[in-house]
Design a protein around this ligand. Structure first.
Ligand code: DC
Length: 222
C-alpha cells in the first residue's frame, strides 16, 4: 500500500481543483472518483436506463468497462473503450451520477477499481466516501467544504467564463439538492470521517487551500 490522502466533501467545494494542484506539488497521483460515477451516469442517460429499474440497471452496470488512464499526467476516463472525460462534465450527468451512486452494485464495482488504483501508487483521491469507505486507513483524511452560496458563486464564475448563461440561485438550489441526495442515501453517504481534518474554504482562495493541504501532508509524514 502506498501513501494515500482522502479528500471528501460536497459538490462544488473545489475538491478536484485543489486535489489536482496538490497532486502536482506533492508528487501524488490524483484520482477523481466522481468521474467514474459520472461515466456510469452518462451511459444510463445515453441508453435511457433509469436507476429505479434495478434489474436493467444491474445488467447495464455489469456489462460496463470503466478504465482510468493518465495522459500527460491528466486522468482520462474510458467508458467501454471510449474517452468520455469531457462529456461527463455536464450538470445533467452530475445529477444522474448522484442517482446511480445510490445503487449497491454500482458502488461495489467502482470501490473495487478505486482500491486497486490506490494499491501500488501514492495517491490523492477525491469523492464522497473515500475516508469513510474506500480508504479507511488513508494516511490523511480531509473534509473539504464551503457554504453553498460560495460554492454556487464559484460554479457560476466558471460557467460565465465559458460564456454559458446561468442563474446563480438555480445553481445553488441544484447544489443543495445534490448534497441532500449524497448525504441521505443508504450506502456510504457523504459525511465527514471521524478522523478527517475539516477545511472550510468559504473564506480561502485556491493558493491558501493548497498551502494548507501541503502543511497537512508534511505533518502526516512526521
Ligand atoms: O464529485 P462529482 O460532482 O464529480 O460527483 C458526482 C456524483 O457522484 C456525486 O454527486 C455523488 C457521486 N459520488 C459518490 O457517490 N461517491 C464518490 N466517491 C464520488 C462521487
Amino acid at each position: 500500500m502506498g501513501y494515500s490522502m482522502a479528500v471528501d466533501g460536497p459538490a462544488g467545494a473545489g475538491k478536484s481543483t485543489i486535489a489536482k494542484l496538490a497532486a502536482k506539488e506533492l508528487g501524488l497521483i490524483y484520482i477523481d472518483t466522481g468521474a467514474m460515477y459520472r461515466a456510469i451516469g452518462l451511459h444510463f442517460i445515453n441508453n435511457d436506463i433509469v436507476p429505479e429499474d434495478s434489474e436493467a440497471a444491474k445488467i447495464a452496470c455489469d456489462g460496463l468497462s470503466i478504465n482510468i488512464k493518465y495522459e500527460e499526467g491528466i486522468q482520462q476516463i474510458y467508458l467501454n473503450g471510449e474517452n468520455v472525460s469531457a462529456r461527463i462534465r455536464m450538470e445533467e450527468v452530475g445529477k444522474m451520477a448522484s442517482a446511480v451512486a445510490k445503487l449497491p452494485f454500482v458502488r461495489s464495482k467502482l470501490v473495487d477499481i478505486q482500491r486497486q488504483l490506490a494499491k501500488n501508487e501514492n495517491v490523492i483521491m477525491d469523492g464522497r466516501d473515500i475516508g469513510t469507505c474506500v480508504l479507511p486507513d488513508a494516511n490523511v483524511k480531509i473534509y473539504l467544504t464551503a457554504n453553498s452560496r460560495v460554492r454556487a458563486q464559484r460554479r457560476y464564475n466558471e460557467l460565465v467564463e465559458k460564456n454559458i448563461k446561468c442563474d446563480i440561485d438555480e445553481i445553488e438550489a441544484s447544489i443543495i439538492a445534490r448534497d441532500y441526495e449524497d448525504m441521505h442515501r443508504e450506502i456510504s453517504p457523504l459525511r465527514q470521517a471521524d478522523d478527517a481534518i475539516l477545511l472550510d474554504t468559504s473564506d480561502m482562495d485556491i493558493a491558501m487551500v493548497v498551502n494548507s493541504i501541503k502543511n497537512i501532508y508534511e505533518e502526516s509524514l512526521k
